[in-house]
Design a protein around this ligand. Structure first.
Ligand SMILES: Cc1cc2nc3c(=O)[nH]c(=O)nc-3n(C[C@H](O)[C@H](O)[C@H](O)COP(=O)(O)O)c2cc1C
Length: 214
């Protein structure tokens, strides 16, 4: 049985994507409706409201081609555990177009709530995105998407949409030079601003404005 997914209201999307960059598996669909998935270490939350997520893909890769042909995309954030990370590595292999990376990795596609590409059931957090803009640079395609829906495993957030860190177990990719290594990102340490000056109040005022209820 796939886990129960909780649709999150817009005011909680930003707090659901934390830390602000994360290891991700992203799904798209091609012109024939076939699902494609790939893994990314470059996926970052780049705007609060409207909420924006960006990543870069190699020019010519299947996801990049699907997005340039008009596909929306879904950002699925996997857990930091051995089984999930090994599946992330399988999804990152260069399968030809039309081959389902999700089947190869033993992952389950479940329908998204708004866009065509599916969510990956085994990932606790999902961000359904429409494409805002793309730009090719240095043989990479930068993709910036606008989040149009977000959902989460029901036991992974509190009643106010804050992430339960020990449940979602955020992960980061160390990068190609490290080979297949990942680091965990779910130990919470609150840090104050030990500085006196008008900049502190200016910053807090800006933050309060940014997070007023929508
Ligand atoms: C952990 C991990 C992180 C990766 N990060 C990126 C990335 O940020 N950008 C990228 O273009 N490829 C990245 N890759 C490689 C792609 O997942 C891989 O090239 C994949 O085959 C592309 O699939 P596609 O042709 O179906 O789009 C990563 C792979 C792994 C395993």
């Amino acid at each position: 049985m796939p886990p129960t997914k909780l649709d999150q209201p817009r005011k909680y999307w930003d707090r659901l994507f934390a830390p602000s960059s994360a290891l991700a598996m992203i799904t798209t669909v091609d012109g024939q409706g076939r699902v494609n998935a790939a893994s990314y270490g470059t996926c970052t939350r780049v705007h609060h409201e409207p909420m924006g997520i960006a990543f870069t893909a190699n020019v010519g890769a299947d996801n990049a081609n699907n997005i340039l042909a008009g596909s929306a995309f879904v950002v699925n954030l996997p857990r930091f555990d051995q089984e999930s990370l090994e599946k992330v590595r399988i999804v990152g292999l260069p399968f030809p177009p039309g081959v389902s990376e999700l089947d190869k990795a033993g992952l389950t596609a479940i329908p998204s709530t708004i866009v065509k590409p599916p969510r990956i059931a085994e990932c606790p957090r999902h961000f359904e995105c429409t494409v805002e803009w793309t730009k090719e640079w240095s043989n990479r395609l930068m993709i910036v998407g606008k989040v149009v829906a977000a959902s989460v495993d029901a036991d992974c957030v509190d009643a106010e949409g804050y992430v339960l860190w020990d449940k979602v177990k955020s992960a980061h990719y160390c990068g190609a030079p490290y080979g297949g290594q990942f680091v965990a990102a779910y130990e919470k340490v609150p840090a104050d601003v030990p500085y006196e000056g008008p900049e502190v109040e200016a910053f807090l005022k800006r933050e309060r404005g940014m997070f007023k209820e929508h």
